[in-house]
Design a binder for this molecule. Sequence first.
Ligand SMILES: [Fe+2]
Ligand SMILES: [Fe+2]
Length: 483
Amino acid sequence: MPDGTLVDYDGLIPNNVGLNQDARLRRALETWHPGYIDWWKQMGPDGFQDALVYLRTAVGVDADGWAKFDYVRMPDYQWGVLLAPQVEGRKIGFGAHKGEPAWQEVPGEYRSMLRRLLVIQGDTEPASVEQQRHLGATAPSLYDMRNLFQVNVEEGRHLWAMVYLLQKYFGRDGREEAEELLRRRSGDRDTPRMLGAFNEATPDWLSFFMFTTFTDRDGKMQLAALAQSGFDPLSRTCRFMLTEEAHHMFVGETGVMRVIQRTCQAMRDAGIDDPTDVARVRKLGVIDLPTIQKKINLHVAVTLDLFGNEISTNAANAFNAGIKGRYREEHINDDHQLREATYPVLRLVDGKVVREDVPALSALNMRLRDDFVADAANGVRRWNVAIQNAGYDYRLTFPHVGFNRKIGEFSRAHVDPDGNVLDAAAWTKRSGDFLPDAADGDYIASLMQPVRGAGEYAGWIAPPKVGIDGKPGSFEYVRIENS
Ligand SMILES: [Fe+2]
Ligand SMILES: [Fe+2]
């Protein structure tokens, strides 16, 4: 029997779930595998399928030493099924079943709820690979190209993680859902991905860094809430996915940081004191800070929509059922059942943003969104420190949660990034100040020229402080010659 720490690397699918002892499941996954590889070749990184990429592969689930690094052709990447080790005697930590032993099988009454959550989570993973598939061609360095591909192969593995759960625990339904996950396409008119943010284009590298800073962080919050699940296989799956997710947010946050550092350095060198003198800054071939602010606004708003409606009975039901908990549930000091509790929610009343106490159970999406905002705002603070250290008093801000929303309470109004409600005319007049327009997009696109010499970096981004796996920034992270 697998004890949850030993990884079997002998078969087609590396795993620590005892695939060799489960012929039915192994057959199901091996049947799904060729379709996955077809999908990867069709929708994965465009033009680099034969390149040798210095990638990490998960080879264990211990906190340290769980990955190995080596040159790999991406279609040969060993996508495995890895769960965090089972915790002996684990109990359900919240909801109506609090204190009962965690489930090792799907409770019949929660089957369709669980299946829906797995499919929604699973759908985001291949979607982001599809969104990012053209970025290799314009990578600002081999280091950045490698990071992009690392994120991509791991999102592929996250798809495997969800497909494993579907195939193991949901029979024929699960097999059909697994097929559908390979059939939908990001941005497709007829068969789009399930959530809005995962149908948006990721046209350039600043968008990629914003996506991995903010949208991957939504992934972190959702996985953290699912890691609390009373359904133990889901909990263990999500706990291991979170280990990988941390790197994706690192890529995003340090990516934006390096853009900011380069811009500030170029402004200093040119003797520019006013960072809002966009025309002058752009002459230097770097991305001006006001445009970075607009990109933050855009990506934050799209990401906040992923948290759904402020008031949600689905979220309440999933919590009551013990299927999806809160962020860091075990660190919260309350009854973990929320029988009497209230939670403050921002609402739109008579055209004004007001704070209202509502039953905490119905406000769980809101709470997770607040936890996200607190977490993400830390990154923006770190970017501001870099701007200050460069001697500029410009400050990037985290937009108001009501800004430019398409889902929930604020989708009915025009709210500016400071939280003021605008009428339609004022919004039309000013939205170009808040969001990137076509000219901003064209300017950024004009900078996206590939740089492919080892240790060379595009002029709009600073080199990283440290490389990957203890290697220097000048390491040949991708060998492209064959592709
Ligand atoms: Fe993921
Ligand atoms: Fe991710």
